[in-house]
Design a protein around this ligand. Structure first.
Ligand code: GTP
Ligand code: MG
Length: 361
């Protein structure tokens, strides 16, 4: 049975001291807020923060997830180990090549290397170790300045609605299942909505995830049901029955298929009809193995539905982890999660610092 709301409000990580519900950090530790809606803001703010904190504590998992990218970038260490000033140009050319093959994209690779070259010439970087630290700092700076807030933004009141969108086979349903698992671990009452009405097997796949995670699910009642009506029904039920978060799956669609892209707008409107302002998050799932091809998908989906964050999947099997940086730099939208495997625990909240450490370890 799903957790009750009263059990949720204290909603604490075991490592943290208890904090009374309805206390808002912004107002200082003693400002008790009695308004229920504001209390829910605190609940969701804390949820987003806590999930992100977990990313830092789960560094080992992140490290193993990015092994292929790390192998690809191991050449950076070899290059810098015997670095000397006379060989600066050759070393920087090879470093640029290593970034390019890891899908950092030409613009970023050139920019990073140019900054390093200037700093080396100015005498600010005097050893291979200093160059490596400067390289890591540049990547981190790119991610934090353009990536905005990587925490889930779940709005002021329950239920919060998260919709996943993306092209076929990118990992939407799997990511949604893994996300449900994370939320359930925090005591969140989760309702899934099987908004992929194109494939008969899609609802069954989501139902398996609902069972695995102990979540409730709303599925199409007839074969002809359309995605917006399934989502509408789910959001109504979520509101009536006091769910905390509604996770909406959608069908895979090519970003070039205008008719299918329009259906997403209808899905979004159906949700907003019941809960004005929802969906709170529209997460675009991008398959990390497609590399820089994902940029065009990201632009198109963002233009049509307004993407609030990315989930980059399949980074466990890919040497292209640099695409995380390209996509953030290009679109200025944060990566909120990365998929590093097919298991329940293989969706990692994105933490820029842990990511940089993982790929340049
Ligand atoms: N290795 C790995 N595989 C993943 C990851 N995420 C998803 N997959 C696999 O990718 C395949 C497609 O995943 P789905 O979740 O069905 O993708 P989808 O986007 O829902 O697909 P459609 O609904 O057909 O558009 C499955 O075999 C998943 O197990 C990941 O992070 N790593
Ligand atoms: Mg799916």
């Amino acid at each position: 049975m799903a957790a009750s709301t009263s059990r949720l409000l204290p909603f604490l990580s075991p490592s943290k001291p208890p904090v009374a519900p309805f206390l808002l950090r912004s107002g200082g530790p003693t400002s008790r807020v009695s308004c229920a809606a504001t209390g829910q803001t605190g609940f969701f703010t804390r949820l987003g923060r806590l999930i992100k904190e977990k990313a830092k504590s789960d560094v080992e998992k992140i490290f193993s997830g990015f092994s292929k990218t790390r192998e690809n970038l191991a050449v950076v260490d070899e290059l810098l180990l015997y670095w000397n000033l006379a060989e600066t140009d050759r070393v920087l050319d090879e470093l640029e090549e290593a970034l390019l093959v890891s899908d950092f994209g030409p613009k970023i690779s050139f920019k990073i290397v140019d900054i390093l070259r200037d700093d080396i010439k100015a005498g600010k970087l005097k050893s291979g170790a200093e160059i490596k630290e400067a390289l890591k700092r540049s990547v981190l700076q790119l991610l934090t300045s353009k990536g905005g807030n990587t925490e889930l933004q779940l709005g002021p009141r329950k239920p919060a609605v998260i919709m996943v969108v993306g092209v076929n086979g990118g990992g939407k349903t799997t990511s949604l299942g893994k996300l449900a698992h994370r939320l359930k671990n925090e005591g969140v009452k989760v309702l899934m909505a099987a908004g992929d009405t194109f494939r008969a097997a899609a609802s069954d796949q989501l139902e398996v995830w609902a069972e695995r995670t102990g979540s409730e699910i709303v599925m199409a009642e007839s074969e002809n049901a359309k995605a917006p009506s399934v989502l509408l029904q789910a959001v109504k039920r979520g509101k009536e029955e006091g769910y905390d978060v509604i996770l909406c799956d959608t069908s895979g669609r090519l970003h070039t298929n205008y008719k299918l892209m329009e259906e997403l707008i209808a899905c979004k409107k159906a949700v907003a009809r019941v809960i004005p302002g929802a969906p709170n998050e529209i997460l675009l799932v991008l398959d990390g193995t497609t590399g820089l091809n994902m940029l065009q998908q990201a632009r198109e989906f963002n233009e049509v539905v307004g993407v609030t964050g990315f989930i980059l999947t399949k980074l466990d099997g890919s040497a292209r982890g640099g695409c995380v940086v390209s996509v953030v730099d290009e679109l200025g939208i944060p990566v909120k999660f990365v998929g590093v495997g097919e298991g329940l625990d293989d969706l990692q909240p994105f933490d820029a610092e842990a990511f940089v450490d993982a790929i340049f370890s």
